[in-house]
Design a protein around this ligand. Structure first.
Ligand SMILES: Cc1ncc(COP(=O)(O)O)c(C=O)c1O
Length: 428
């Protein structure tokens, strides 16, 4: 293997990391995560006192990540009992948690009440009644936001669009329906309605859709003040900021989105004579995405003359389902040949028994051979968090880089791990 000039990520030789920790390997950079958190703080929190930013933990979650987010002063958006439990076990302050979900179970809502989470984002009218009953049982006050559907369509893959009318998330933008939800919250003695939430979708590169959604929510706030005398204290504008996967992507700094959001909130509040609500944002991908890469070892190389060359790696769909799930595009570097001219075009295939298990089509590379190390870039978001055991492939280890230090934050699964639940079921 020629390792004349290895590819470096966050100051580390990735070929050496692959040799030491094995492949497939998720590599996260704490320094890059912190850098992203800082730019979110500068874009919103420092400019606009009262505003808050929650990291959307579905993008990548571990106890190590919770501790980084906590120390950066951000809140945490969780969407299930499992994410909430992880945050609590990591010692994350519960008052900085925002709990989402379009179908929260009674068990999850009970956890939210018992743990004392900062906000529950209510997704359905029924949930207000259920939460009130649970909060009353424990005599605990609960702060909520109501998720609404702003009926704004972002340009992104259909599977990650959420702001459109036809969506399983949130309460439709029909005044009578929202009035009913707001009235129900106002009538619930243990519930305090803090305001409204929307999330337009993921990997969005448009500013105007955030402006449009804010305008609609502010008009709704005005309507509710007129009809019910209710005035919102906060608006949660969700996440969705796009990142660089390939050269075709032109990511923007978070201030590009937040400045537009804040200007619209300020302008509309003035125009409609409303108290200016505090703004909350929930970026996930933007914080974790470019802070992670995945290292693979190249195995079989199969050339089909006049068709394509398949280069197979030792992972694929189970560690990164995004290409199969929604045609996500990635770029990659041959880590041990980073300085060699890219003279050929190949297709990077995973090792699963699925024709659709292709990580990258038409990647330009130097000549390849078995044992080369491939670094797929920008896999920090929705990679490990969406991992599965299809074909009973053990899940990779995750390492976290910080300066010169390397920590294993999630060890590689073993074949025994794959059998653990079966064996335990046998015992019981
Ligand atoms: C409610 C909510 N907030 C925030 C996010 C984070 O989105 P992104 O990772 O694109 O920033 C999501 C993603 O699905 C979401 O559903």
């Amino acid at each position: 293997m020629n390792s004349s000039k290895p590819f470096h990520f966050a100051g580390h030789d990735t070929v050496a990391l692959a040799q030491e920790y094995g492949t497939p390997l998720y590599v996260m950079s704490e320094d890059l995560i912190r850098q992203q958190c800082r730019s979110i703080r500068e874009a919103l929190l420092e400019k606009h006192p009262g505003s808050r930013a929650a990291y959307a933990s579905k993008a990548y979650l571990s106890m190590a990540m919770c501790r980084i987010i906590e120390s950066e002063g951000l809140c945490l958006d969780v969407v299930s009992g499992g994410e909430l439990y992880t945050a609590r076990e990591a010692g994350f302050p519960m008052e900085r948690i925002i709990l989402h979900g379009n179908n929260k179970s009674e068990e999850e809502l009970t956890m939210a009440v018992e743990f004392g989470v900062g906000r529950v984002v209510v997704d359905h009218l029924e949930e207000i009644n259920l939460l009130e009953a649970l909060a009353a049982e424990k005599d605990r006050p609960m702060d909520i936001q109501i998720r609404i559907v702003p009926e704004v369509e972002g340009k992104t893959h259909r599977h990650i669009m959420t702001g459109q009318k036809d969506s399983k998330f949130g309460i439709p933008l029909v005044p009578e329906v929202i009035e009913k939800a707001v009235q129900s919250a106002m009538d619930s003695p243990h519930i305090k309605l803090k305001g409204f939430h929307f999330h337009l979708g993921s990997n969005l590169f448009q500013q105007e859709i955030y402006v449009e959604a804010i305008q609609r929510v502010m008009k709704l706030c005005h309507h509710l003040k007129q009809t019910l005398g209710y005035e919102a204290e906060e608006i949660n504008a969700g996440g969705g900021y796009g990142i660089r996967y390939t050269e075709a992507d032109q990511p923007q700094p978070p201030s590009w989105y937040t400045d537009a959001i804040m200007e619209t909130v300020q302008k509309m509040a003035k125009e409609l004579s409303l108290k200016q609500p505090n703004v909350i944002i929930e970026p996930g991908r933007w914080i974790a995405g470019e802070a992670g890469i995945t290292l693979y070892t190249i195995g079989t190389i199969k050339e089909i003359p006049e068709v394509r060359t398949y280069v197979s790696v030792d992972g694929g769909l189970p560690d990164n389902i995004r290409p199969a799930l929604y045609n996500a595009r990635y770029d990659a570097v041959v880590a041990n040949k980073a300085d060699q001219p890219k003279t050929q075009t190949v297709t990077i295939a995973g090792k699963c028994c699925e024709t659709g298990d292709i990580l990258i089509y038409d990647l330009k590379t130097p000549p390849l051979e078995r044992g080369d190390i491939l670094a797929v870039l920008s896999t920090g978001a929705y990679g490990e968090s969406m991992a599965n055991n299809y074909n009973r492939l053990p899940r990779p280890a995750t390492i976290m880089l910080k300066g010169e230090e390397v920590r294993v934050v999630n060890r590689r699964e073993t074949y025994e791990d794959l059998l653990r639940r079966e064996r335990e079921a046998d015992i019981s």
